[in-house]
Design a protein around this ligand. Structure first.
Ligand code: CA
Length: 380
């Protein structure tokens, strides 16, 4: 078995959407180097469609029952029907993204970016940062699956040395290595999700690359936050790893001081021991540790809904860039203090986490290649 295949054993069993030879997309799981068609395996039409949304909407009791059924059905190996080598299939966006919110939950990253974007400020963190998981809401329509090419964005940016803004291709195109959380079941308007109830709503986890045009972002972000510097593309991995597969990866979050308000307080706040890997043009340049994130997934979800905002099946919230203290642990290129992405560059995110019974599980890849800006279309 290949090293990659070993990350997709019986303790993982992620969900994705595949097609083969031009067939209609359907839901599958992955075991080793094969995808397994779930409508065939379980004789259940909820998996015969082209997204995970109908299954995710069925709720946590069904998620547990299906995971148990898939585990039992595959315990003795691959079935006779509905099996394809993963190399032979096309993997699609696994769920319809309903709404998308991006947090900023790494103290290390927020501090690094604060120093870069506000060099004259005495404190790199804004006064609100340790009181709430801050975020902005982006465009669900620009979330794309791994392998989708990323066209270099154009936008307003200031010329080097100042002056008036110009429209043109970003010269400071960057990545943000993040973890995304997919909601299976939402909440009604006016009924916040308590911090203790995240597991009843969060279906699973994807890898997330929030491509970022730093020059566009730096000019536009005051006072309403990032927009066009981010909204051209965000890449997710094709497999949604269920939260149930990550039980062994749970770990305490770093100590939170000052103590968060009661709606954000958990007796035992849990993060996830996921180690990301950033590969840039074939070379691993960083291994960001998700376990170092200050704000936990349950806290992000509680904050997202505390004002009574409704959420729904397919909502996606991402953690913000994952950065540890070392230069080889940062989740963006700007924090390395060096070069940005050139046309033709490819970035691949991968990750591993502890699975049940001493295993290690994987997430697949969130990969994207930069193609040149389509400047002519912007200059008409
Ligand atoms: Ca981000």
């Amino acid at each position: 078995m290949s090293a990659e295949a070993s990350l997709f054993g019986l303790t993982n069993l992620p969900y994705g959407v595949y097609s083969v030879g031009g067939s209609a997309p359907r839901v599958a799981t992955r075991l080793g180097d094969h995808v397994v068609d779930l409508a065939t395996l379980l004789d259940d039409d909820v998996f015969a469609g082209s997204s995970l949304n109908p299954f995710m909407a069925q709720g946590p009791d069904r998620w547990a029952a299906v995971r148990a059924a898939v585990t039992a059905a595959l315990a003795d190996g691959l079935p006779a029907e509905g099996v394809h080598p993963v190399a032979d299939v096309t993997l699609h966006l696994p769920f319809e993204v309903a709404d998308y919110t991006d947090f900023y939950a790494s103290e290390q990253h927020a501090s690094n970016l604060g120093r870069l974007f506000r060099p004259d400020s005495p404190d790199p963190l804004m006064p609100n940062w340790k009181h709430m998981p801050v975020s902005y809401t982006g465009r669900a329509s620009s979330v794309v699956v791994s392998g989708t090419e990323v066209v270099r964005p154009c936008g307003q940016r200031l010329p080097a040395g100042g002056g008036s803004p110009e429209l043109g291709p970003s010269a400071r195109l960057d990545i943000e290595a993040e973890v995304g959380f997919v909601l299976g079941v939402g909440n009604d308007a006016g009924t916040p999700i308590p911090v203790t109830q995240a597991e009843q709503h969060v279906f699973g986890v994807v890898l997330f690359n929030d491509w970022s045009a730093r020059d566009i972002q730096a000019w536009e972000y005051v006072p309403l936050g990032p927009h066009l510097g981010k909204s051209f593309a965000s890449t997710i991995s094709p497999w949604v790893v269920p939260l149930a597969a990550l039980a062994a990866a749970r770990t305490a979050t770093p100590e939170q001081r000052p103590t968060p308000l009661p709606y954000l307080a958990l007796p035992e706040p849990w993060g996830l021991d996921i180690t990301l890997e950033v590969e840039w043009n074939g070379e691993v340049v960083s291994r960001p540790p998700y376990a170092s994130m200050y704000w936990s997934p349950a806290q992000m979800l509680a904050h997202l809904t505390v004002n009574g905002a409704s959420t729904r099946t397919g909502d996606l919230f991402a953690s913000g860039t994952v950065s540890g203290p070392g230069r080889d642990q940062v989740g963006s290129l700007i924090e390395r203090g060096g070069d940005f992405l050139a046309d033709g560059d490819e970035v691949v995110l991968r990750a591993t986490a502890p699975g049940a019974n001493g295993t290690t599980i994987g997430f697949g890849e969130a990969a994207g290649r930069i193609t040149p800006a389509r400047t002519r279309e912007h200059q008409r």
